[in-house]
Ligand binder design. Structure first.
Ligand code: AMP
Ligand code: ZN
Length: 122
């Protein structure tokens, strides 16, 4: 899609800090991070929203979800079971449409993790 910023990142036409890529997806740092680790997992295929995905995308969506904990761990925002209890962790988020807070209409999975000292509940 000519006017899609994430298609341009996928095509290497605008810069990004890529942290992972394979034949189906790329992942890069969010330009306006909401957490110490904030990456976006983006399919190479232009799928505008999660509501536009269909059965042929089942494996792709599964791969995106399974990549999330691996990337979070690699980037320092992973979750661990420990003898002391659960440690670390991250959020996964897909915004869809105006009421879902979507700004970029190319499907993407937010991964947000890492210690957040400003959070009062910690
Ligand atoms: P959403 O509201 O789910 O559509 O989120 C879009 C996200 O894309 C936001 O968190 C933006 O900070 C991020 N974003 C927009 N442009 C870029 C860019 N050129 N490189 C990296 N992240 C971007
Ligand atoms: Zn696109």
């Amino acid at each position: 899609m000519d006017n899609c910023i994430f298609c341009k990142i996928v095509a290497g036409k605008i810069p990004s800090k890529i942290v992972y890529e394979d034949d189906e997806v790329i992942a890069f740092n969010d330009i306006n991070p909401a957490a110490p680790v904030h990456v976006l997992i983006v399919p190479r295929e232009h799928i505008p929203t999660l509501a536009d995905a269909n059965e042929k995308h089942t494996a792709l969506l599964g791969r995106m979800m399974l990549l999330a904990p691996k990337l979070a761990a690699e980037l320092g925002g992973g979750y661990q079971h420990t003898p002391e209890g659960p440690m670390g962790g991250f959020k996964t988020l897909v915004n869809s449409g105006p009421d879902g807070g979507q700004e970029v209409y190319h499907l993407h999975l937010h991964i947000m993790g890492g210690p957040r000292p400003w959070r009062s509940e910690r």
